[in-house]
Design a protein around this ligand. Sequence first.
Ligand code: NDP
Length: 328
Amino acid sequence: MFNALIVTKDAEGKTHAAVSQIAETDLPEGEVTVAVEYSTVNYKDGLCIGPGGGLVRNYPHVPGIDLAGTVEASDDPRYKAGDKVVLTGWRVGEAHWGGYSQKARVKADWLVPLPNGLSTRQAMAVGTAGFTAMLAVMALEDHGLTPDKGEVLVTGAAGGVGSVATAILGHLGYQVAAVTGRPETADYLTGLGASRIVPREELNETVKRPLEAETWAGCVDAVGGDMLARVLGQMKYGSSVAAVGLAGGAGLPATVIPFLLRGVNLLGIDSVMQPYENRVRAWERIEKDLPMKKLEAMVQPATLADLPSLGASILKGQIKGRVVVDVN
Ligand code: NDP
């Protein structure tokens, strides 16, 4: 028997999350059994621990969209007992049982070998949020972003995606303007690599003019909604915005004018279904371009028992940086 966070649903449709014991025979089918060492808390985890958000179909459920650990048993030739592995996405923790458990059984296709330079704890300090931040930076680079082009905006900067994006961009020599609604995080963000702080109120008003002064050479946007719409009108000619998240809303109340008159690009970033080769490329870049000291400065440690309250906090935008869950 081992511990897992189990979410159940009662007759009124209300969900309840608590740590309980399960057996290996309770685990779903899959080729690889992983002894999980660490997991983490992303925005989506908040939904899956709590109300479900339409992501979880079957209860009882084990959430945790990310996990890192050691292979215990494998029916797939790509992995053997003792291998260190990391898993993000593929709807693990939503449609499949996830990482909030001391053991997980998963498909070999979903795993990536842990890069040599990272520990399982560091991989979960990165997690889906950090992996996605790296994908966003790679997409901006692929569309011509270089440090000499000017300031890069990061929205939702004190959150998980924003913190890692700020640290990576700062390390690569970019001038980073970090948007936050929490002024008390200014020192934290500057420590990660932000060169200036932009108060959230400056950007979350509805678009009044389709074009404003050309200000940003690139943007990693974790917020969406009014803020993304506003930012589009402030992008420099030919620049790109990587659209990552919807912390401020799923709408996009914008005009197409920035696309037509300034050649602005809106790049969609999905971490869940990324092909294996891109995953390996992104993890290699994380190992190379994310300073581990800065990653450590983002970390808030936690255990399985802390997850119900952490899940509620991330949905309210109250988590700073990245939570690392020691499941043991
Ligand atoms: P966090 O909650 O850690 O960060 C979100 C941040 O957004 C908050 O910390 C806050 O930053 C800001 N924010 C919250 N509410 C608002 C609001 N109403 N208006 C403006 N800003 C707001 O979440 P994550 O970093 O884990 O995820 C960020 C987003 O990216 C989520 O929407 C998530 O679903 C999405 N995501 C998408 C992925 C993909 O594959 N496309 C993968 C991972 C995440 P501050 O306090 O600094 O203002």
